[in-house]
Design a protein around this ligand. Structure first.
Ligand SMILES: [Zn+2]
Length: 128
């Protein structure tokens, strides 16, 4: 009976190590899976930036006069048009996008949002 506490203590340590390794692997897998997914936003033919979908944020889109015409929101790995001052509101109704190749277009404001996989995000360099 003297060896039992030793074995259980040892097995607890092993279980802890296994759990830690599994946690690290799942985090790596999760982040590597999502890090390639970005929302590429262009406004009037100009590139606003590419924003990773794994980081929640609001992106105000300004026109050439400096007025915010659209607001793109990234939340829970999805991108959608939260606000637009266009009359048709089609872009707002397009809903949430998260898959490679899906896009949101606001024709009146010339705003284009496209989801792309395996694209390196440049947002940390440009505007954060
Ligand atoms: Zn619109």
């Amino acid at each position: 009976m003297k060896t039992n506490p030793y074995i259980s203590k040892k097995s607890i340590i092993i279980i802890c190590i296994v759990l830690a390794v599994l946690a690290i692997f799942s985090v790596c897998f999760y982040s590597s899976r999502n890090s390639g997914d970005v929302a590429v936003i262009t406004c009037d033919g100009k590139r606003v930036g590419s924003f990773p979908l794994n980081r929640d944020r609001l992106i105000p889109i300004k026109n050439s006069r400096g007025t915010v015409t659209n607001t793109v929101q990234i939340k829970n790995g999805e991108v959608f048009m939260k606000y637009a001052d266009c009359p048709d509101q089609i872009c707002v109704k397009m809903g949430h996008k998260s898959k490679d190749g899906e896009s949101i277009t606001c024709l009146p404001n010339k705003v284009f949002v496209e989801v792309k996989s395996h694209v390196k995000s440049d947002i940390d360099v440009t505007t954060n």
